[in-house]
Structures are given as structure tokens and as C-alpha cells.
Ligand binder design. Structure first.
Ligand code: F6R
Length: 613
């Protein structure tokens, strides 16, 4: 969850590291620090809170230092204070760490018994002292690292500098993400490629159980037993510009506005709209043995889980196989009925979410085929999967996921149609169904564009609701997960309490919350559930609920029962409509949060990439 970055080369590095941390701040932002090595001496600065508090302290670092590393924290062990901020220094050793050392208590007790005094409450400091002790015993850092990792249980990406071994940074990986960046006469490491993009697009991906030594001119990689590993750099296709705000007030707003382009580029890569066919190599299904598949399990967290719920409806509809969708954090601790006939689909924007990754590993061990739907290339989940559909939606920096959600829904649409067709499970109407779907996909990007550009009316409505304490979101069919996603978006960035319910479920309890103060965002596109949904909305009206409708521009009947109405483009496909219906909810959440003055891109207590369980 934290962000780490390091540099070794010939440029002054304090500012460079700070700028890298800014690109990683979405991973954690409760405290930060930087350490540099210059003329055999380690200097470090740390500050509580966001990076703006660290910036004035950069002048305290030696201007000529050309190697160092930085850290921006999302606290797991120990409060978010300067004392607990990384880097942690002891003697000549300084380290930064992203992850969790699960056995830190027992290691800490042993170290305390041997006379070590701890200066922080972090699990990381245990690694520092263990390494220090192993270095004393073994004499050289590489051997000491191999010794230290034997003691550690948990997940970690660790950067290490030793003042008596200048010009070298060691990077250790087990379970937490870290990428090495190969430059000319300079090398880097970072939690993800975003931080490195302004400097290099050549990345070396360490695997779990490996560590590396970076100098200005070399990158050496070994496994934990000390065996050298050859790993060539991969060229990344993201540009540094794609991770900038490009004039938008927030990343989230920029990412909402990128959705038409994301839909277009996904369609041009994953399907052939001229011949109404699928590009199997890009969808990943050519890597699957579909003959084996008898059931589907979808696992994901948060927004990706809601996309997975819509995916389940699509798999059931187009593939006609039993499909389950579950929170990855629950699935992994049950004893799910999965075997070699199961296709497990893991959905993750970052490709690093710890619980989702654990499900992938667990399912592979149980003989399932694993397919992942991910955004970040070369991340851990795709690497552990048999097949991958890359969304290639570009970097998503805003902590609240927007374009990744719609990209996930489109991925599921394409994937389930392609699998259904390939397995011959779409029935006698297959041809007509596919024609209809391709027609809808052809129209999708321009409809998404219209949805995004309806921002004006949504901003006005946000003025009416942004002071609410509670809100409900309701929908049926694919609009039910859309409702839950709308509620999640609102609560995570505006801190308004919001819940999403299936329209038909309201009268089984939650309708008790409805009174004339309760805004109820009601999603009722003209789909197969329309009539039932309108009845549910009438039930809310009868209890004086304030209806904010999301529906067809021409739907005067629905509009007439709403206090406020958001016209939303319609695509004549129940599943694909979810992509259009969610956009007004993203914008509603965005404007409400902005009006409340919250930190839209970095909401409190959250981090973008959840690499701890
Ligand atoms: C909410 C949000 C999170 C993520 C979740 C999974 O806006 O972004 O709920 O969807 O943490 O993340 P990924 O997709 O990276 O696995």
C-alpha cells in the first residue's frame, strides 16, 4: 500500500525522488520520508502527513547526493507519525519497506532480548535490526540479505542502502510489488512503473523470492538462495503524459473523461467490428482450454467486485454456465467448490491486490484455469494467471476507480460473448445475438461520450444533495451492481454515508430509512426490468423519498416521479447499459465530494493499491 522509490546515478537525486513520490502518493499518504547517501554519510528527512509537508525539508538534504530512496506511507503497524515514517536508519544501514512482516512480534522480542532498542512502532524496524545483526555476522550485505529473508514471514518490497557500500542499492521482493527501471548511467526502483516513467520506460520485474543490486551502470538479480537470475528489461507502453492531470482539476475527473477513448481503444484491440469477431489473442481466451470449463468463479475486491457481479450476469446469459462472484477476501478463507473444471476469473485494476492474488494462487493449486482481467501490465495477478485480458485503460491515479470499472464491464462483455460463441453455448439465436451485441458495441464510445458530457446537469443536482448525511442507491438487474458502485463512489470520496440496494430488496428492510430527507438515486434504464423498477421507485415516492432518477432522456413517465432527473444515453442492451448508467453516478460523487471540499483524489484512510490483506 505504501509507495517506494529509489535512484542511483549521477544526477542530484533529492528532488527527483520527491517527484517520484508524488507520482506514488496515491498508494499511501499519511507520512513520508527520503534518505540519501553522500560522501559515505546517510542523511534523511521525514514528515507526518502528505508530501507537501516533506517538501520544505528537502533543503536539509545534501544537494550533491546522487543516490537515495523515498517512501510514502499507508500505516499498518504504528500510527502515522514522523517517528514511524520511513526510511528507518540504524548505524550505517537505512531501509524502506512496503508490505507487512507477519512475524514481527516474535522477531522483535528476540531482538529486544539481544539488546536492540527500537525507535518506532513499525514492523519494518524489525527488518532493519535483523539485517544489521546478520550484516555484523556475515560481513557483506548480499549474504546478510539472504540470511535475513530466512527470518521474515509476510509480504515485503524493501530498499536498502549501506553507507559503507556506496553506489549500491539493494531491492528485495517477496509478495509486495516493486519494479526496477533501467536507465543510461542511472537505475531506479519503484512500487510501480508510474513513478519511473518520466525517466525510463524500460522495466525489470523482480519475482517473489528475488533480490537485486542496482548501481548506476548495472542491475544484478539473484534468487534468495543467491543463484543469479537473468532478467531482461521490458518496454512499457504507457507514457509519462498519460499519468498527468492534463488540465483537469483532479485525476478522477480526467479519468472519468477518458472513458470514451478507453472504450474505443479497447474495442479496436479486442474485437473486429468489421467482421463481428473477437481477437482471441488479445482477449486471452486462446490460452484457455475451454473444453474443460464447467463452471466459473469470479473473485475481486471493491469496485472490481461490483464489475464482477455484472460479469456474472453476462457469463450466465452468454455462456450458460453456473457462475459465482465473490469478494476475494472471503473466497480465499473458505473451502470453495472449485476444481479443474472451474474457470476462475480474477478482476483487478492494479493487478496487485493481495486478496485477489491469493485467490489466484489458491485456485491454481486446486487445478483451476485462471484468467485475469487487469489494467497494469506485468503486475502480479496477470503473471500468476494462465490467461490475461489486459484492459489497457492507461494509468488510473485517482484512488476512486472510474475508468477501470467501465473497462472491466466491457471486458466481461467481450469475454463472455467470445467464450459463449467459442464453446457453442449461445443457442440457435447465437448469430442474431452477436449481431445485436456488435451493433451495441459500435455505438458505445459515442454514447459514453454523451454520458460524460452531461456533467453540467449533474453538477447542478450535486448542489442539492452534497450536504446530505445519508443516501440510497437502487437498481435492478445489471443496475443493481451499478447502484452499489455508485454508493461506494459517493461514500469513499465525499464521506456521505451511502448504500446500494437491489430495487426489489428495499421493502425487506431498508425502506424503513426512507423519509423526506433521504435522497434515493434510482437507476431505471429502459431494460427488461424497467416496469418492476418503476414500481419500486413508486414505493419510495409513496414514503416521500427524494428521487434522483437516472434514465432515458425521453422517459417522461420516470422523469415525472423524480425530484431531479439525470438523462442518460441508452444502448438497448441490458448489460452494456451498465457502462452508461454508472457514469452519472461517478460524476455525482465527484461533484458532491468537491463541493464538500474533500481530497477527491486521495480520500482519507484509503490507498490505491491494496497490497496487504
Ligand atoms: C474503489 C476502489 C477499490 C478497488 C479495490 C480493488 O473506488 O478503487 O474498491 O476497486 O481496492 O482494487 P484492484 O482493482 O486494483 O484490485
Amino acid at each position: 500500500m505504501c509507495g517506494v522509490i529509489g535512484y542511483v546515478g549521477s544526477k542530484p537525486c533529492a528532488r527527483l525522488i520527491f517527484d517520484g513520490l508524488k507520482r506514488l502518493e496515491y498508494r499511501g499518504y499519511d507520512s513520508a520520508g527520503i534518505a540519501v547517501l553522500d560522501h559515505g554519510k546517510i542523511d534523511l528527512v521525514k514528515a507526518e502527513g502528505k508530501l507537501v509537508h516533506l517538501e520544505p525539508r528537502l533543503v536539509e538534504l545534501p544537494g550533491g547526493a546522487t543516490m537515495g530512496m523515498g517512501h510514502t506511507r499507508w500505516a499498518t503497524h504504528g500510527a502515522p507519525t514522523a517517528r514511524n515514517a520511513h526510511p528507518h536508519l540504524h548505524g550505517d544501514l537505512v531501509i524502506i519497506h512496503n508490505g507487512i512482516i507477519e512475524n514481527y512480534r516474535e522477531l522483535k522480542e528476540q531482538l529486544i532480548k539481544s539488546g536492540v532498542e527500537f525507535k518506532s512502532d513499525t514492523d519494518t524496524e524489525v527488518v532493519l535490526h535483523q539485517l544489521h545483526a546478520d550484516l555484523d555476522r556475515k560481513g557483506d550485505l548480499k549474504t546478510a540479505i539472504m540470511e535475513t529473508v530466512k527470518h521474515l514471514r509476510g509480504a515485503y518490497a524493501i530498499g536498502i542502502i549501506h553507507a559503507r557500500d556506496p553506489g549500491k542499492i539493494y531491492v528485495v521482493k517477496q509478495g509486495s510489488p516493486v519494479v526496477l527501471g533501467a536507465g543510461n548511467g542511472e537505475n531506479f526502483f519503484g512500487s510501480d512503473a508510474l513513478a519511473l516513467l518520466p525517466h525510463t520506460n524500460r522495466a525489470v520485474f523482480l519475482m517473489d523470492g528475488e533480490f537485486a543490486c542496482l548501481t548506476a551502470d548495472s542491475i544484478d538479480v539473484w534468487d534468495f538462495s543467491g543463484k543469479p537470475v537473468r532478467r531482461d528489461p521490458q518496454v512499457l507502453n504507457w507514457s509519462a503524459a498519460s499519468a498527468d492531470k492534463q488540465g483537469f482539476k483532479h485525476y478522477m475527473l480526467k479519468e472519468i473523461h477518458e472513458q470514451p477513448a478507453v472504450m474505443s481503444s479497447m474495442l479496436s484491440r479486442l474485437v473486429d467490428l468489421k467482421s463481428n469477431s473477437f481477437v482471441d489473442k488479445e482477449t486471452g481466451i486462446d490460452a484457455l482450454d475451454l473444453g474443460r470449463v464447467k463452471n466459473v468463479a469470479i473473485v475481486a475486491c471493491g469496485t472490481a467486485h461490483y464489475a464482477g457481479q455484472i460479469g456474472r450476469y453476462m457469463i450466465e446469459e452468454f455462456v450458460r454456465l453456473p457462475a459465482n462472484v465473490e469478494l476475494a477476501s472471503e473466497f480465499r478463507y473458505r473451502n470453495p467448490c472449485i476444481d479443474s473444471s472451474t474457470l476462475l476469473i480474477a478482476v483487478s485494476q492494479s493487478g496487485e491486490t493481495a486478496d485477489t492474488l491469493a485467490c489466484v494462487k489458491h485456485a491454481s493449486e486446486r487445478g483451476c484455469q485462471v484468467m485475469s482481467v487487469c489494467n497494469v501490465r506485468f503486475s502480479s495477478i496477470p503473471r500468476a494467471s494462465d490467461a490475461v485480458l489486459y484492459m489497457e485503460a492507461g494509468p488510473e491515479v485517482g484512488v476512486a476507480s472510474t475508468k477501470a470499472f467501465t473497462a472491466m464491464v466491457l471486458s466481461f462483455y467481450i469475454l463472455s460473448l467470445a467464450i459463449g460463441e467459442k464453446m457453442g453455448r449461445m443457442g440457435p439465436q447465437a448469430h442474431a445475438r452477436l449481431e445485436k451485441s456488435f451493433d451495441a458495441m459500435r455505438r458505445l464510445p459515442s454514447l459514453v461520450d454523451r454520458a460524460v458530457n452531461a456533467a453540467g446537469v449533474i453538477e447542478e443536482i450535486s448542489h442539492k444533495i452534497y450536504e446530505s448525511q445519508n443516501m440510497l442507491f437502487i437498481g435492478r438487474g445489471a443496475s443493481f451492481p451499478v447502484a452499489t458502485e455508485g454508493a461506494l463512489k459517493l461514500k469513499e470520496i465525499s464521506y456521505i454515508h451511502a448504500e446500494g440496494y437491489a430495487g426489489g430488496e428495499l421493502k425487506h428492510g431498508p425502506i424503513a430509512l426512507v423519509d423526506r430527507h433521504m435522497p434515493v438515486v434510482s437507476i431505471a434504464p429502459r431494460d427488461s426490468q424497467y416496469e418492476k423498477m418503476i414500481s419500486n421507485i413508486e414505493e419510495v415516492c409513496a414514503r416521500q423519498g427524494r428521487i434522483i432518477g437516472v434514465g432515458d432522456l425521453e422517459d417522461d413517465r420516470f422523469r415525472s416521479i423524480c425530484e431531479h432527473y439525470i438523462p442518460c444515453p441508452q444502448v438497448d442492451d441490458d448489460h452494456l447499459q451498465a457502462i452508461l448508467s454508472v457514469i452519472p453516478l461517478q460524476l455525482l460523487a465527484y461533484y458532491a465530494a468537491d463541493m464538500r471540499g474533500t481530497d477527491v483524489d486521495q480520500p482519507r484512510n484509503l490507498a490505491k493499491s491494496v497490497t496487504v490483506e
